[in-house]
Write a new protein. Sequence first.
Length: 499
Amino acid sequence: MEIGIKNDGRRNGFMVFLMFIVLYAVIHFSLYGNTALGSLVFSLLYALLCFLFLYLNRISLSPKALPLLVLSLVFLSQLYLCSNLYLRKIALLAFFFTFVFYLYTGIKGNLYSQKADPVPEEMLRCFACDLMIKTPAVQKEDFFSRIGQSRVFSVFWKVALGLILGAPIFLFAFLMLSYDESFVTLIDDIFSITLPEISETAIALFYTVVLFAYLWIVIRSLTKSQEEIISDYGMLETFVRKLNFVPSVTVLAAAVPLLGVYILFFASQWKYYTSAFYGVLPEGYSYAEYARDGFFQLCAVSAVNFAFLLGCAWFVKRKARADEIIIKGITLALSICSLILVATALSKMYLYVRQYGLTPLRVYSTWGMIVLALLFIFFTIKALLRRMPFYSLCILTVLILLAVLVGINPDERIASYNVSGYLNDTIDTIDLYFLEELGDASVPSLVRLGDNKTDLPEKEKYDGIMEELREDYSKGARSDIPWYELTSNYVKSRDSLGI
């Protein structure tokens, strides 16, 4: 809903400053607070401030973009629900990307919805036309122009630029001078903070300025006037056409030997590599040897094929119909070969998991192969349907699959799967130390293992691990963590241990 509040440069300057402070809290908690509840709270507050900023400046958001907003909030919720630190950091980055994606779709009054494949064009326009390509001056003054003319906002950006330029020099000089104990003691006495705390603050501030500049450029680009956007797209089309400089015959010459290698490979190794589809182990191989033999090579070749096809889409000339036919044929042939490679790798991984259980590397490798398979399927469809929104579909697919990966909480699922398989006698052995290394996610499964398997072969090892865990959660490092490091798995672990 639009409102008629007069644009106030000072008010907007204050809002921008407040958004910067909240974003600094997000970065600080993400770098030094395990990217948990604290990052979730301040990220949500930042999103609310963005909505308030747009609302006060009479910018409407379309309801059609709400699914993307929901997806961004799914990523945000995983900062509390997921146990894996690295996945939580990825989820935080995915939240910001999806939130920007939501703004691409949701802000009314631009030309976004008129494009066949809008996402990459909007992303390019956002940066190329604002940073690399000089946009012609447009006479119509929008609210961002008035904000930029306010003294508060002008000073803010000058200070931000100074912080970006000066942060590396400040850190270098400070760290070099910290060899002197008297200097360090003086700093401690004056500011009551230690050298590591100063370094942490400076690093967090640097990342905050960079991320804030990115987010502001996005909002600025998405809310340009129609005249500016038309001008941007005109320059962008010229810029993209200049990228198409590789002749199709050159690509064909590069692709034919590659396809020949794949044909020879499939012909010579077909029975060996496809035996996994039938659940048959080749003679002379263990499950581990067969699954590992060539798995990562197959993954690497599939990734290279994807990069090759992406290069064809961006850099190959398409002036004549013959060019289109050549590129379409190469795309179909490489996509089919790549899908066979991906299916082979997945079948080998299935045999391995069925015999030995799950590990994080096996889960992530499988996820990556599924993503690649879907992208190659999209390449195949794109070759047949030219107006398919390929890039938008790829981005959405990767985001949704990433949300699924983070949402299932892999470490917790791995521990639960392996313990259940061991209790059901479908997995022969279980690695107790590996489960312990999974952290909070594995504690409930370890407790369940002891409750349901009183005759464990490694009973002494298990009892020792459980004693250490109870000590750690009741009196040790995990006994009293700050609120901003809380996760749901930590709470579940304490409950399962009866603490």
